[in-house]
Design a protein around this ligand. Structure first.
Ligand code: DTP
Length: 236
């Protein structure tokens, strides 16, 4: 049986780097990245144009947050529903499918945060929660996770990494926004004080990985992280 695992963590904490690392260490696993390019290029039907919804959301969050959340959740849902590749099915040991974030972080990190910041109003929030619960329940085990890897670093560290990568859309992201997202991750995955609406989600094992130290170019740190992941997976 395939094990599905998501990598969660604050903006710029290093999920993509970590995902690449995992994929190199275990080419037989399937690591799927976040569909961010889709959010930067929303194609207009029957026209040769597109818009950058990620940028629109950061520039005018009150106007665009709800729209962004519908689109990001749909693209994640699509990713979760894609059938496993032939390569994965031939994997040695248990086949593992890894995602960057999930329909769960969409709701319990980002959408909830936008609601609390009043960028999503009560009506939008009610509508969002209604379809989100419906979809997750309908797709059932097809989108359930067997494990979550939480990459954890201080908001200050994420701020530095965000500055270094210099993605245009994120120029207006402030430390207090990253602090809020950090607290949301802690409440959901560590303190377990976030109210979730799916029974299976409450019981999903969480591996907390401290990535405060730079791991991108340090093979010994990488080896240590990979060992932790292997141990975690073998216990799932
Ligand atoms: P990392 O550096 O950890 O690899 P990434 O893969 O680039 O991070 P981000 O966490 O930076 O991924 O996410 C991409 C951007 O999209 C970032 O600006 C945060 C934003 N984002 C992702 N999902 C949502 C969401 N549901 N609501 C609002 N913003 C979101």
């Amino acid at each position: 049986r395939i094990k599905r695992v998501s990598i969660e963590g604050n903006i710029a904490v290093g999920k993509s780097t970590f995902a690449r690392l995992l994929q190199n260490a275990r080419p037989d696993w399937e690591v799927t990245s976040e569909p961010i390019s889709k959010w930067q290029n929303v194609h207009h039907m029957s026209q040769q144009s597109s818009s950058n919804l990620l940028q629109m959301m950061y520039q005018d969050p009150k106007r665009w947050s709800y729209t962004f959340q519908t689109f990001s959740c749909m693209s994640r849902l699509r990713t979760h529903l894609e059938p496993p590749s032939a390569r994965l099915l031939q994997s040695r040991g248990t086949p593992v499918q890894v995602y960057e974030r999930s329909v769960y972080s969409d709701r319990y990190i980002f959408a909830l945060n936008m609601f609390e910041l009043r960028c999503i109003n009560s009506t939008e929030w009610a509508v969002y929660q209604d379809w989100h619960s419906f979809l997750v329940e309908q797709f059932g085990h097809q989108i359930q996770l067997e494990g979550i890897i939480y990459l954890r670093a201080s908001p200050q560290t994420c701020m530095e990494r965000l500055g270094r990568r210099g993605r245009t859309e994120e120029q207006g992201v402030r430390l207090d926004y990253l602090e809020k997202l950090h607290t949301r991750h802690e409440n959901w995955l560590v303190n377990k004080s976030t109210e979730v609406h799916f029974e299976h989600l409450e019981k999903v094992p969480v591996l907390v990985l401290d990535v405060g130290v730079e791991f991108e170019k340090d093979p010994s740190v990488q080896a240590k992280l990979l060992t932790e992941v292997e141990t975690f997976f073998s216990g799932l």
